[in-house]
Design a protein around this ligand. Structure first.
Ligand SMILES: Nc1nc2c(ncn2[C@@H]2O[C@H](COP(=O)(O)OP(=O)(O)OP(=O)(O)O)[C@@H](O)[C@H]2O)c(=O)[nH]1
Ligand SMILES: [Mg+2]
Length: 466
């Protein structure tokens, strides 16, 4: 046991040294950048982070700020060769209580483009280096101020165009991703530790000996959990990104009229001539918490007109790419052969069939609207109903992007491999490799992966050699 204790200490030291080495290479310099938009405004903020941040700010205004406490603001005049450049306010954040975990200074100056860039260049002249895009947040991650998923949340929040996206971003910024992954990660860690100890320390009698029969149901449970997480994430992404929706129908049923009505804009040309729309017309609109990325298409029917046929081909290509098809029929006419063909063509797509031109609201058993009278609610309600599950998923905590989903899929694949191996009575030391792969993929979602971490987890749980 004493021997094991020595090994463990060495492993831990090694990991710490490597981390320190990496930290030294990454963070030996002080970085700066303009944090506000590259446009004229009342105020601009230039951020400085690193060991020299406070001394650079002190030199900028000719006042020693080194003994001032964090979370304080100091007035001064930024000077170049003793000539005043601008009056500034300097906010101090002392390590580790700052965004990056290092000493951070934010210089508030007047928001002209020239003056902001001038002060940035003075700061660079005093020894800071221009930051790479995202480098402040990268430092925050490497200094343990936030995990990778939280850092992605920062970016998502800045880019959020609407409430759904902003709400989801603020949740991930607050650590929702690591919170939802934690139970699964913990469970896996416990299993891996248990098996690893069974294999490496058979003489350690206090530890339960894990069996195939116990592990198999666990794998099934993990598969279920990961599948659910992937599904709700994809549903939530659908709502956040908007639903690619194609409007299809034979000529003159009112497709372009419907597009214009939904967009509240005369985007597509509308006439009573069949075959008015020849190309694709697009527009996005937010209805009932759902964003529709609408595509109006050429009316689909049999035609000898070469140009119209090209438009129809485009309509059918748009259908292939769309997540939702709104098939428009004419409520005043019998179903034509073209209508029937279209219904057959779209039957395997997610679709809503709607009868337009029901101006007197006489159809009862079918979904009918009248664009002419702006009676569109039945269609809007149906869209909401079709996307009920997705709307619910968008309100819950999920993963947030394709990178995270990709890693969840990797984890799923590895758990599935472990399950197959268990079913084939494979030795547990081989099953262990699959479980470790799953563990790493899950941890990579929040940027925590690393063999050293796994060893640390195992050793801290079992306290072997103590
Ligand atoms: N009565 C009535 N007419 C409508 C309604 N919606 C559209 N129309 C009319 O139907 C005609 C065709 O409308 P469009 O929107 O151009 O039809 P479309 O399906 O885009 O036709 P193509 O582009 O030729 O495929 C126009 O005269 C519209 O004013 C409706 O709800 N009721
Ligand atoms: Mg049209």
């Amino acid at each position: 046991m004493i021997v094991h204790g020595v090994i463990i200490t060495q492993v831990k030291k090694c990991a710490t040294l490597k981390w320190l080495e990496r930290r030294f290479v990454m963070f030996s310099d002080t970085i700066t950048a303009i944090s506000t938009a590259n446009a004229m405004g009342a105020v601009s903020i230039i951020r400085i982070s690193g060991d020299d941040a406070i001394s650079i700010a002190s030199k900028l205004i000719g006042k020693d700020l080194s003994d001032k406490p964090g979370y304080t603001i100091h007035y001064g005049t930024a000077k170049e060769n003793n000539e005043p450049v601008d009056e500034v306010l300097i906010s101090l954040f002392k390590a580790p209580k700052s965004y990056t975990g290092e000493d951070v200074v934010e210089v508030n100056c007047h928001g002209g483009l020239y003056i902001t860039r001038k002060i940035l260049s003075l700061i660079i002249g005093l020894g800071a280096r221009m930051a790479r895009p995202g480098e402040f947040t990268e430092r925050a991650v490497l200094n343990g101020k936030m995990d990778l998923a939280q850092a992605e949340g920062v970016d998502d929040l800045i880019r959020a165009k609407d409430e759904v996206n902003a709400r989801s971003a603020i949740h991930s910024l607050k650590g929702s991703v690591s919170k939802i992954l934690m139970p699964l990660e913990d469970d896996l860690t416990q299993m891996i530790s248990n098996i690893e100890v069974n294999i490496d320390y058979p003489e350690y009698e206090d530890v339960h000996v894990m069996t195939h029969e116990e592990l198999l149901p666990k794998c099934n449970k993990w598969l279920e959990e990961i599948d659910k997480l992937i599904k709700t994430t994809e549903q939530s992404i659908t709502i956040k990104e908007g639903i690619d929706t194609v409007i299809l129908g034979r000529p003159n049923v009112g497709k372009s009229s419907l597009l214009n009505a939904l967009l509240e804009e005369d985007k597509a040309i509308v006439t009573d001539v069949e075959g008015t729309t020849r190309d694709i017309v697009e527009g996005s609109v937010r209805l009932n918490d759902i964003t529709l990325n609408l595509i109006d298409t050429a009316g689909v029917h049999d035609t000898d007109d070469r140009i119209e046929q090209m438009g129809i081909d485009r309509s059918l290509q748009a259908l292939e790419k769309a997540q939702l098809a709104i098939v428009v029929l004419d409520s005043k006419k019998e179903l034509s052969e073209d209508d029937k063909k279209l219904l057959e063509l779209t039957k395997n797509h997610k679709r809503i069939v709607v009868y337009n031109k029901d101006d007197d609201n006489t159809i009862e058993d079918k979904l009918s609207i009248s664009v002419k009278n702006m009676r569109l609610d039945p269609l809007l309600d149906e869209i909401k109903k079709v996307y009920e599950e997705e709307l619910y998923a968008a309100q819950t905590d999920t993963l947030n992007n394709e990178r995270q989903v990709g890693l969840a899929r990797q984890a799923r694949q590895s758990v599935n491999d472990a399950k197959n191996a268990l079913e084939n009575d494979t030795e547990l030391d081989l099953v262990l490799i699959d479980l470790e792969n799953a563990w790493h993929a899950l941890r990579e979602i929040t940027g925590k992966s690393g063999k050293e971490d796994l060893l640390d987890e195992i050793f801290s749980r079992f306290c072997l050699g103590k």
